[in-house]
Write a protein that binds this ligand. Sequence first.
Ligand code: ADP
Ligand code: ADP
Ligand code: ZN
Length: 214
Amino acid sequence: MRLVMLGAPGAGKGTQAKKIADKYGIPHISTGDIFRANIKNGTELGKRAKAYMDQGALVPDELVVDLVADRVKQADCEKGYVLDGFPRTIPQAESLDAVLKDMGQKIDHAINVEVPDENIVKRMSGRRACVSCGATYHIEHAPSKKEGICDRCGEALILRDDDRAETVKTRLSVYHEQTQPLIEYYGGQGCLEDVDGTMDMEEVFAAICRILGE
Ligand code: ADP
Ligand code: ADP
Ligand code: ZN
C-alpha cells in the first residue's frame, strides 16, 4: 500500500501517517523529519536545507527528489509506505511517478487532510516536536506525559522555529501556491481521498481506515 499524505502544514499529516504506519506495518517517510535530522547532525544536506526551512520556503526540488527516490527503493518499502510532506510540488510528484513507473508501481491513495487556514495557526503554536525521534505533541490536544519531554525517547521537546505565527503564514501561502495543485493532480489519477481534518485525531484516523479498508 503506497500512500501520499496531502494537506496544509499542521493539518495532521504526520499524526495520521504515524498511525497508518503502525497499523499497516509500513514505513512512515517524512521529508521534514529527514531534513530536521540532517540539520541536527550538521550534514551538508542539513546546512543547505536550513535556510529555506527557516524562512518557511520549500527546499529546492533537486535536494529532495533523489533522496525520496532512494528511500522508496529500500527493502523495507517493498510492501508500501506512507509519504508525509512529499511530494510538495508538481515536479516532485512527476519525478515520483517516473521512479514508480520504472519499478512497475503506482501511488494507491493520496489522502488529503482538509483543515481551514484559520485553524492552522492556532494548532501550530501548540505543536511540540521531538527532533530525536520525530514524535509530535500538542500542548492541548496531545500533551506529552511530562511537560517538555518526549514520551518515546526522553529528549527535550521544542517549538519548531518555523511554527511561529509569522512563518506559518508564509508556509500557508507557499502551500496554496505550490502544493495545493497536487489535489487536482492526484484527483486526475483517480486516487484522491478527502478527509475532514478538523475532527479529533481518532475520528480522522477512523475515516482514513475506512478508506484503506480495515
Ligand atoms: P509540516 O509537517 O508542518 O507541513 P514538514 O515537516 O513537512 O512541515 O516540513 C518542514 C519544512 O521542510 C518545509 O517548510 C520545507 O521547508 C521543508 N520540506 C519538507 N519536505 C519538503 C519537500 N518535499 N519539498 C520541499 N521542501 C520540503
Ligand atoms: P502536519 O504533519 O500536517 O504538519 P501534525 O501531524 O504535526 O501536522 O499536526 C500539527 C499539530 O496539530 C500537532 O501539534 C498535532 O499534535 C496537532 N493535531 C494533529 N491532528 C489534530 C487533530 N485532529 N485535532 C487537533 N490537533 C491535532
Ligand atoms: Zn522523542
